[in-house]
Design a protein around this ligand. Structure first.
Ligand SMILES: *Cc1c(COP(=O)(O)O)cnc(C)c1O
Length: 344
């Protein structure tokens, strides 16, 4: 649906695989959904996807100088912002008799990666002198560190930089990658996309929402991922700890509200596995606390039994952590309702 939504106005998609650690079953689903390019921030994950036989064009979202050789060997395109790194990439590309393609990332206010617009012409001039590097596009990334929203102003600035570079160097830039899942509102509301013709989407594909307000995108499934944990204790207990209160396991002095005796449950899941603040338990359960290996639930007088399962929805941060935890078993369930849901 996203391929169609964005494709109808000429925007191609990179499917971003990092939140699911490049799980081949999920990446195959992205490709079946019309994504031709898979992008990840970790070279190791791209190597894993290639070994699993995934056939797509691969883009590296975060390039480290020390990995230049592996980058050239493994990926078609990498995102870059430093000339030293590009020099190393060119060196290894020459050694492997390849041309390495790059997208130069431009800083448009969010203050994560990007060449400042005032330095861009000089940066591109230097890059063009590198014999085995081809600049295939420019891009920007917003709403990650600074929370800056993609809007008409910063997207227009990106388009203007494209025009400027093309005129200055007589080149044509193929890929103008305007951003990520945060670009949805801008896309829906702008009368003019300018030169933007690509987005890199992780969260929208995986969780069905845009990432500025975390609003569901109409027609998309927002519960494709479910985290299931086992109840290991279920008891009526006071809600106010007894004894003298000092530091908890994470060095904080906790405060508590006395809600009297409550039915509580503990599930075998903790901060080592997941970002607890991004979990939403199903049903009437409420998360009241967590430590490395335990999440404590107020079960609202619902008498969970030891061995019962509790199901959680996850946000992007929780998904990222859960997929990375070796303690969480990943199981892929073919969804029968998939076709009818997509049709609706
Ligand atoms: C993670 C990442 C994305 C994907 O972001 P979502 O919000 O998941 O769509 C896009 N671009 C870059 C550079 C990233 O690091």
């Amino acid at each position: 649906m996203l391929s169609k939504l964005y494709g109808q106005k000429g925007i191609s998609l990179m499917g971003v695989s990092k939140a699911v650690l490049g799980e081949p079953a999920i990446i195959e689903a992205m490709i079946q959904g019309g994504v031709r390019i898979i992008a990840d921030s970790r070279i190791e994950t791209i190597q894993k996807m290639k070994s699993a036989g995934i056939s797509a064009q691969f883009v590296l979202l975060r390039t480290a100088l020390s990995q230049a050789e592996a980058v050239v060997k493994t990926v078609d395109i990498s995102l870059n912002t430093e000339i030293e790194t590009l020099q190393h990439l060119s060196y290894y590309a020459k050694a492997y008799n390849k041309t390495h393609q790059v997208i130069i990332m431009v800083e448009l206010g969010d203050l994560r990666e990007g060449v400042l617009p005032c330095d861009l012409v000089q940066f591109v001039r230097q890059t063009l002198t590198l014999s085995h590097i081809k600049i295939v596009g420019i891009g920007c990334n917003l709403a990650c560190y600074g929370g800056v929203k993609p809007d008409r102003k910063n997207m227009r600035a990106l388009s203007e930089l494209v025009t400027l570079l093309e005129a200055e160097f007589q080149i044509s830039l193929e890929i103008i990658s305007g951003g990520n899942s945060a670009n949805y509102e801008w896309y829906k509301s702008t009368p003019d996309l300018g030169r933007v013709n690509n987005l890199r989407l992780g969260e929208s594909i995986l969780l069905g929402c845009e990432s500025v307000n975390r609003k569901a995108i109409p027609g998309l499934h927002t519960q494709a991922f479910q985290l299931i944990a086992e109840v290991i204790e279920s008891k009526k207990k006071p809600s106010f700890p007894f004894g003298e209160i000092g530091y908890d396991a994470f060095g904080n002095v906790p405060t508590f509200q006395d809600r009297g005796i409550r039915q509580r449950a503990i599930v075998a899941l903790g901060r080592q596995d997941v970002l607890v603040s991004g979990l939403q338990p199903n049903g009437r359960l409420e998360i009241i606390g967590s430590s490395s290996d335990h999440i404590i639930l107020d079960s609202k007088n619902y008498n969970l039994q030891v061995g019962d399962e509790v199901t959680f929805n996850l946000d992007y941060g929780s998904l990222l952590a859960a997929m990375t935890s070796p303690f969480i078993r990943k199981q892929f369930v073919a969804s029968k309702s998939h076709t009818s849901h997509a049709a609706a």
